[in-house]
Design a protein around this ligand. Structure first.
Ligand code: NAP
Length: 287
């Protein structure tokens, strides 16, 4: 199987390329330098994005700076919506598209885990632009897969556990929001889920692809703390004490039952993922 990975230099993209290679698939990793997906002509002319050269195109490319997007919404629209339109135009009658989306398409008011049929209502520019991308895909392609993930963390980029470990190392009290809930997702688990989806040639549609455990940011921080060498104090705080430019969903827990019942279930517990993750990070930081 031949797989093109867009956004191959990102946090998810790097782990995905590594795991696809390990699983013996033929991989063509593309960075934004290789192919800027905003460039309509470059996308149209890209020979790799053809049925002859690829069975699947996995789109991990995105504008992911959630707060910055409030200041430069056009840039977020260009990458998360309009560039996805370029891809859809190219991939009509081409290889299948697997696109990564987000829990931020929801407003977080449901009060229980979101399923794929729940209504979307993004609260911030990032969520709106990612939803725009989903809409183009649904309108234009016959057999796409959209995987919505959440609270992603991996060793290859900026992530909440990495930030926590760095803050813990300073030894001061760390204050963490305790009234926003979600499902932490390891990039390694998500990459394994993507490989399973490709191998199963899963039926087209939208699926929630997040870790099994749900928690608040504070609970997530406590788990990281207890699995690390940290000794500093942790303090739970309300969102109102940590204002951010982008409004985030209060409770964006998602149910991954649809994906699991389709035979895709690589999810390990957050604790076992963290044990491995933290050992790697602490070694890297020589703690
Ligand atoms: N991180 C999270 O917590 C989270 C949560 C939910 C969903 N997601 C979704 O998961 C996916 C992967 O996220 P991530 O955290 O791995 O993102 P990331 O680390 O920010 O990586 C984004 C990638 O997109 C590429 N890219 C940006 N603009 C591009 C362009 N114009 N043309 C081609 N490539 C471009 C970047 O390439 P360069 O580095 O070369 O610019 C980079 O490789 C995204 O769809 C994101 O929306 C993430």
């Amino acid at each position: 199987m031949k797989v093109v990975v867009l956004g191959a230099t990102g946090m998810l993209g790097k782990d995905l390329v590594r795991i696809l290679q390990k699983r013996g698939l033929q991989v063509f990793p593309l960075s934004s330098k290789d192919l800027d997906i905003r460039n309509e002509k470059a996308v149209r002319d890209c020979r790799l994005l053809s049925k002859k050269n690829a069975d699947w195109v996995v789109n991990c490319a995105a504008y992911t700076a959630v707060d910055q997007a409030e200041l430069e919404p056009e840039n977020a629209w260009d990458i998360n919506s309009e560039a996805v339109l370029n891809l859809c135009e190219k991939l009509t009658n081409g290889p299948r598209l697997l696109h990564i989306s987000t829990d931020f398409v929801f407003d977080g008011t449901k009060g229980s885990p979101y399923t794929e049929s729940d209504e979307t209502n993004p609260l911030c520019v990032y969520g709106q632009t990612k939803l725009g991308g989903e809409h183009y895909i649904e309108a234009m392609l016959d057999d796409p897969i959209i995987l919505r993930t959440s609270w992603l963390y991996g060793t290859q980029g900026k992530s909440f556990p990495k930030t926590m470990i760095k803050l813990f190392a300073l030894g001061n009290k760390v204050r963490v929001v305790n009234d926003q809930w979600g499902c932490p997702t390891s990039t390694v688990d998500l990459a394994n889920a993507i490989v399973n989806v490709l191998e199963l040639n899963l039926e087209s549609g939208t699926y929630h692809a997040c870790g099994n455990d749900s928690m608040s940011w504070f609970e997530f921080a406590k788990l990281i703390h207890s699995n690390s060498a940290a000794t500093c104090e942790l303090e739970p705080i309300p969102t109102s004490d940590y204002p951010t430019p982008a409004k985030r969903p209060r409770d964006s827990r998602m149910s991954n039952e649809k994906l699991k019942s389709s035979g895709v279930s690589p999810w390990r517990s957050t604790e076992s993922n963290l044990t491995e993750f933290i050992t790697g990070i602490e070694k890297e930081m020589s703690l």
